[in-house]
Write a protein that binds this ligand. Structure first.
Ligand code: ADP
Ligand code: MG
Length: 203
């Protein structure tokens, strides 16, 4: 079972990964965006972590809902509302249970990813974060490690795609040949999730 502490650790690990990779995320956002994806997420996840330090919610649903609200209110770019919606809607779907099973979490995360697709109007193949998120949630019922691998593969597979949503879509065919920054950060979130699960299993 997964408790509030598991989700706090996931988000803290994700924030550290975002810090470590911020420069690379911003570099990916240079040729097909406005070179701010790394700094956008750094600002957002720093706020998430300090929010969780100030006030530690005691259910998985409340941890994710609070984190989602922080992302929405601190990140100006497209990714803030999208990732914020992902976490907030996932949290809402988890309700107020003190612990949730991996299967319940996988179901809730699917609700969150559906909400991202509805908000942004994108589908897999449009060269967005959904190209990593959708394969990851499809693999999540197998294992956290399978979801991490699927997200990573999904992010790499955005390179040959032409962007149909977001800022990169303004470039038309010139968006081809570049890995999508949002799909890359989504892969980081699933890497952090797998790491957190591995650490929890060793305790
Ligand atoms: P902005 O594009 O406003 O500068 P960011 O640079 O932080 O915001 O985030 C860009 C990423 O957001 C893209 O790489 C893409 O993955 C994702 N994105 C943009 N628009 C959409 C959308 N409509 N649906 C899903 N993801 C999107
Ligand atoms: Mg940008």
């Amino acid at each position: 079972m997964l408790d509030a502490d598991f989700f706090r650790r996931w988000l803290t690990t994700a924030a550290a990964a975002v810090d470590r990779e911020a420069e690379r995320l911003t570099e990916l956002d240079s040729p097909i965006g406005d070179a701010d994806h790394g700094s956008n997420l750094q600002r957002g996840f720093t706020a998430v972590v300090s929010g969780l330090e100030k006030e530690a919610p005691d259910t998985p649903g409340a941890v994710l809902t609070q984190a989602g609200r922080q992302l929405i209110s601190t990140v100006g770019g497209a990714s803030g509302p999208l990732y914020g919606t992902l976490l907030r809607r996932t949290g809402k779907a988890l309700g107020d249970a003190a612990e949730v099973s991996e299967a319940e979490f996988a179901d809730a995360l699917r609700t969150g990813v559906d909400a991202v697709a509805a908000l942004g109007g994108a589908a897999p193949g449009d060269k967005t974060m959904l190209d990593a998120l959708v394969p990851a949630i499809d693999a999540l019922p197998t294992s956290f490690a399978a979801a991490r691998a699927a997200a990573h593969e999904g992010a790499l597979a955005t390179t040959p795609l032409q962007a149909r949503k977001g800022r990169a879509s303004y470039l038309g065919e010139r968006s081809i040949g570049h890995q999508d920054p949002g799909a890359t950060s989504s892969a980081l979130l699933f890497e952090a999730l797998a790491e957190t699960a591995e650490e929890a299993a060793h305790e």
